[in-house]
Ligand binder design. Structure first.
Ligand code: KIV
Length: 278
């Protein structure tokens, strides 16, 4: 296992056929657990707009939001590669703004790499960001920032036209210099073709088993986010019921005066106490 997981480790893992594990992280405590448990990469995803901020899409997330969360995750990550999402409209207006914002994620947020959504149409933007030595992960297929163009969070690449476009996107991203590509919500057969076609690793979410690695939103896989559970999510834990049980017990114990106990309590010396004036 590499001591530090880098973009070189991504490529090595693909070459050696070792699956890459990636999970989202938005705060210090969770990032520390995920890093300690051996996740290869932590993604500070703009999904934080939904699972942390409670919006119904990722559209409203700002570059300052991303920097705030990236800083916290970066402090916890000892081994994992920290990848930070470029939010909606942080790389769309001009090349100059895209490079500046990618730079802010690295300089202020401590990102090791950035991720941005889009294919052929963003290849030149990616090229410019890579030119200034910022590693870029691509993201194609169902790109959540385009939810309103797609008419919802819908599987992409089922028709010939869509599937061909996604293959062309993957090739354009590789050619532009990405170190890896996230494939979201595409049919398994398509992600297999792409994984075999491009040399850089593919990381799937709702893209089946043939990708070089997998990514999940931690809140989904831990059973912390119950607004909806996408088909591609496997819940490895049910943390929200654990939290609910703990909170109910806490309230009950307070009502019964069984919490706090002596061991949870601070005291002062008798002589200080008796000299206090009331
Ligand atoms: O923002 C995010 O969490 C993501 C994953 C869904 C890949 O981009």
């Amino acid at each position: 296992m590499d001591k530090k997981f880098t973009i070189k480790s991504f490529q090595k893992a693909k070459d050696e056929k070792r699956p890459i594990s990636m999970l989202t992280a938005y705060d210090y405590s969770m990032a520390k657990i995920l890093d300690g448990a051996g996740a290869d990469a932590l993604l500070v995803g703009d999904s934080l707009g939904m699972v942390v901020q409670g919006h119904d899409s990722t559209i409203s997330v700002t570059i300052d939001d991303m920097i705030y969360h990236a800083k916290a995750v970066n402090r916890a990550a000892k081994r994992a590669l920290v990848i930070v999402d470029m939010p909606f409209m942080s790389y769309h207006v001009s090349m100059e703004e895209a490079v500046r914002n990618a730079g802010r994620l690295m300089k202020e947020g401590g990102a090791h790499a950035i991720k941005l959504e889009g294919g052929v149409e963003f290849a030149e933007t990616i090229r410019q960001i890579v030119r200034v030595q910022i590693p870029v992960m691509g993201h194609i297929g169902m790109t959540p920032q385009s939810v309103h163009m797609f008419g919802g969070f819908k599987v992409q690449g089922k028709s010939l036209v869509q599937a061909q476009k996604i293959i062309d996107d993957a090739k354009a991203l590789e050619e532009a210099g990405v170190f890896a590509i996230t494939l979201e919500c595409v049919p398994e057969e398509l992600s297999k073709i792409i994984t075999e076609t491009v040399n850089v690793p593919t990381i799937g979410i709702g893209a089946g088993k043939y990708c070089d690695g997998q990514v999940l939103v931690s809140n989904d896989m831990l059973g912390m986010f119950s607004d909806f559970v996408p088909k591609f999510v496997k819940q490895y834990a049910h943390i929200s019921s654990d939290i609910e049980r703990a909170v109910k017990t806490y309230i009950k114990e307070m009502n019964e005066s069984s919490f706090p106990e002596k061991k949870h309590t601070f005291t002062i010396d008798e002589d200080v106490l008796k000299n206090l004036s009331k």
